[in-house]
Design a binder for this molecule. Structure first.
Ligand SMILES: [Zn+2]
Ligand SMILES: [Zn+2]
Length: 273
């Protein structure tokens, strides 16, 4: 089917192995998807890529996993995280989970606000008015997660759902206390988000705010970054950029939260750092 055709160069496909116990990822162009495997071998796909990436994700799954996932879980509903969800959900016949506040954007009822084309500069910002914002309709398979604090998902034992609104109203991250691994979605990035295409080539991971052109509530985004910093993670796996691990992660994130807060005070719409 046309949906599985590949406009993304194969050179932009980068497997990200061994992020943490049972966590591996795939970078497709400028965005990552992750697979989180349980001890019994069943697993969950976190996020579902840009348009036309279903075939790429399926090939990666066939190579690295012994079965289909038991669910697809979305950190939020932006096009670069959900575009293959419908096709993959149908192919594997699995539910697609998201936060209730993302539901209107995932059921064709509502579109995200127009991107802020002036934010941050760079190619992605220039492109942002033409990037698809929806509507996406996953209603057939969509299941809403429990939106209370410290909720978890039966398919992801050992992981806590962390509500991290700001980038979008129902943005969520995932934290595994046993090894302090944090899947951050777009709550923040480890690459300069307004120049993903340059950054995808070669750049050491460093912390940056959420993609500015799409972030709707900066004070909530700041609170969410503080909330994630307070978890003292040791391993970070972001939606954009490379994973980061080690003892310095905790301090880096704490410093970043302060810098982000200072920028937010000086400018209602913080630029990338
Ligand atoms: Zn996003
Ligand atoms: Zn994104």
């Amino acid at each position: 089917m046309a949906q599985t055709e590949v406009p993304v160069s194969k050179s932009l496909l980068v497997p990200i192995d061994d992020i943490a116990e049972g966590v591996r990822g795939l970078r497709i162009g400028f965005v990552n998807v992750f697979g989180v495997t349980r001890s019994d071998g069943s697993w969950t796909l976190i996020d579902a890529g840009v348009p036309f990436s279903a075939g790429l994700i399926r090939s990666w799954v066939d190579k690295h996993f012994s079965s289909a996932p038991s669910a697809i879980v979305l950190t939020h509903g932006h096009f670069d995280h959900v575009s293959a969800a419908s096709e993959l959900g149908d192919h594997w016949d699995v539910p697609i989970y998201a936060h209730p506040l993302e539901e209107p954007y995932l059921t064709g009822q509502k579109e995200y606000p127009p991107p802020n084309a002036g934010a941050g500069g760079g190619l992605m910002t220039l492109m942002s008015p033409i990037l698809p914002r929806g509507p996406v309709d996953l209603s057939k398979r969509l299941r809403l997660i429990d939106a209370s604090d410290n909720a978890s998902l039966a398919e992801m034992p050992g992981w806590k759902i962390v509500q991290t609104p700001g980038h979008t109203p129902g943005h969520i991250s995932f934290f595994r206390p046993s090894d302090k691994t944090l899947l951050v979605g777009d709550a923040f990035c480890t690459t300069k988000p307004e120049s993903f295409f340059d950054a995808a080539i070669a750049q050491p991971p460093e912390l940056h705010g959420p993609p500015a052109y799409f972030t709707s509530d900066w004070s909530a985004a700041l609170q969410s970054i503080r909330k994630l910093a307070a978890l003292h993670p040791l391993i970070l796996a972001p939606g954009h950029g490379k994973p980061l691990a080690g003892r310095e992660v905790e301090a880096k994130l704490a410093t970043f939260a302060k810098v982000f807060a200072r920028d937010a005070e000086n400018d209602a719409k913080p630029k990338a750092h």
